[in-house]
Design a protein around this ligand. Structure first.
Ligand code: HEC
Ligand code: HEC
Ligand code: HEC
Ligand code: HEC
Ligand code: HEC
Ligand code: HEC
Length: 295
């Protein structure tokens, strides 16, 4: 009898512990599921913080069309954690947290580099053209005037602006400023071929003899560039060589094509090129202006 009593007491403790535990678990999981969302979101898998994992949260964002509002519904509007207690801002330390412009397509470590070294197509489609020539245009340009995103894209002020992520891949190309400069150029980006054509910067221009102060140099009614059509994702330097965008000197110019090493240009186009044919003042080359005799 005594022995049985002891056993019952024991059972009671075990059962009540189990009940208490399951009550705690169920109220916890209720806490964790305040809103209906896709199963992958409500129950994060263990790889959520592991960059090498197929369950990494970056991939989760991509699979949900880059819609950070989904994450905000649990992690709070300012990403500080909210009911989850898990803040995004511990790692996403830039202004605007995960919405910073370098988070999804820039250099994660350097908030000043927002152009793709990161391919937003990855794991989404296999026919991506990749990150292309962003770095050579924006950060390693040694040839000409500084280039902005707005030369080729409409730039959002905020990540949630219309026309940004809501439009889906591929990224929209909308040429502006220097790309559309000079004569009636009408630049076109051909998506399947990844080529640009009719771009001012790559030599789609004509300078007219009639309107020149230095008509003696013209051997034709105009001096023209080569209207070169570069391939966006061929980044081996061959498309930025002297003589690609315009001949040396250009067609319609005295001695057209007669100085392939560009050693004489410096005599007249002073401050722009040196006697070895190197560009010495980037701000005056591919800047939309005629620069000759120091003007
Ligand atoms: C423990 C650190 C850490 C926390 C916490 C964190 N992230 Fe990240 N996040 C990263 C890292 C690292 C990357 C990947 C950077 C890279 O690709 O080089 C990343 C990438 C991203 C990306 C880019 C997706 C892509 O692949 O292009 C988004 C968007 C993002 N995080 C949103 C969030 C949100 C929202 C939260 C909070 C709910 C959060 N992160 C919490 C470290 C973190
Ligand atoms: C339904 C609520 C909910 C939604 C929606 C949600 N999360 Fe979470 N998230 C949580 C909870 C709860 C945790 C803490 C427990 C865990 O790690 O699963 C968490 C943890 C995380 C962590 C780990 C943070 C750390 O420091 O351990 C990351 C990263 C994360 N979430 C990213 C995201 C991203 C990105 C989104 C949007 C695509 C998102 N979450 C949407 C509930 C949510
Ligand atoms: C000289 C023109 C040019 C400039 C300048 C430029 N882009 Fe692009 N960008 C392109 C082209 C071309 C593509 C490729 C479109 C395609 O075929 O997918 C592209 C694609 C992209 C993509 C998608 C890339 C991917 O791999 O998923 C992003 C994101 C992007 N650009 C952001 C930027 C940002 C941000 C800047 C400024 C910091 C910038 N671009 C400046 C021409 C440019
Ligand atoms: C949550 C991820 C994310 C953040 C944060 C983000 N972008 Fe993007 N961005 C993308 C994706 C994805 C694309 C390609 C989508 C498309 O084709 O429209 C893109 C494309 C672009 C493009 C190419 C033109 C276009 O709309 O396709 C530019 C320029 C750009 N982003 C600039 C910015 C700027 C500036 C910020 C900061 C204000 C920013 N992005 C923040 C994901 C992001
Ligand atoms: C990516 C295309 C491109 C390449 C490559 C290029 N140029 Fe030019 N160049 C231009 C354009 C566009 C102009 C028209 C004037 C302007 O906007 O500066 C120009 C004009 C010039 C001029 C006239 C002065 C001026 O800027 O008005 C000289 C001299 C010149 N280039 C020399 C060179 C030399 C030398 C090289 C090789 C180091 C070279 N270019 C490579 C696009 C190019
Ligand atoms: C004898 C002087 C002289 C030499 C040498 C010379 N140029 Fe010119 N170039 C001119 C003059 C003058 C113009 C007309 C500018 C105008 O119309 O205002 C001109 C116009 C141009 C233009 C179109 C307008 C502009 O300024 O962008 C280009 C491009 C150009 N030259 C490139 C070259 C290159 C490249 C070389 C060397 C391979 C070269 N030139 C050598 C005098 C010279």
């Amino acid at each position: 009898m005594k022995v049985l009593d002891k056993k019952m007491k024991y059972n009671f403790i075990i059962i009540s512990s189990v009940l208490l535990l399951s009550f705690l678990i169920s109220s916890c999981s209720k806490l964790n599921e305040p809103l209906p969302a896709s199963p992958d979101i409500t129950t994060h898998k263990t790889g959520i913080l592991d960059q090498g994992s197929p369950d990494f949260h970056g991939k989760l964002v991509r699979e949900n069309n880059w819609d950070l509002a989904l994450c905000q519904s649990c992690h709070a509007a300012d990403y500080s954690g909210g009911i989850t207690g898990a803040s995004c801002l511990t790692c996403h330390t830039q202004t605007n947290g995960p919405e910073a412009c370098n988070t999804c397509h820039g250099d994660f470590q350097d908030s000043t580099r927002i152009a793709p070294p990161e391919d937003t197509h990855k794991n989404i489609t296999t026919d991506s053209v990749g990150v292309g020539a962003h770095v050579s245009h924006l950060y390693e340009n040694e040839l000409g005037h500084q280039i902005e995103c707005s030369t080729c894209h409409i730039v959002p002020d905020k990540y949630s602006d219309p026309g940004h992520i809501d439009t889906g891949l591929p990224a929209e190309i909308t040429f502006g400023n220097l790309a559309v400069h000079n004569i009636a150029v009408n630049p076109v980006y051909n998506y399947p071929a990844a080529t640009c054509s009719e771009v001012y910067c790559h030599g789609d221009w004509a300078f007219l003899k009639d309107s020149s102060d230095y008509q003696f140099i013209y051997v034709d009614s105009m001096i023209v560039g080569n209207a070169f059509s570069p391939i966006w994702n061929k980044v081996d330097g061959t498309q930025a060589l002297c003589g690609t965008c315009h001949d040396l000197p250009p067609q319609g110019h005295q001695n057209a094509g007669g100085d392939p090493n560009a050693t004489t240009c410096s005599g007249c186009h002073i401050d722009i090129v040196d006697a070895n044919g190197n560009i010495i003042d980037q701000t005056k080359h591919i800047n939309g202006e005629k620069n000759v005799f120091g003007n």
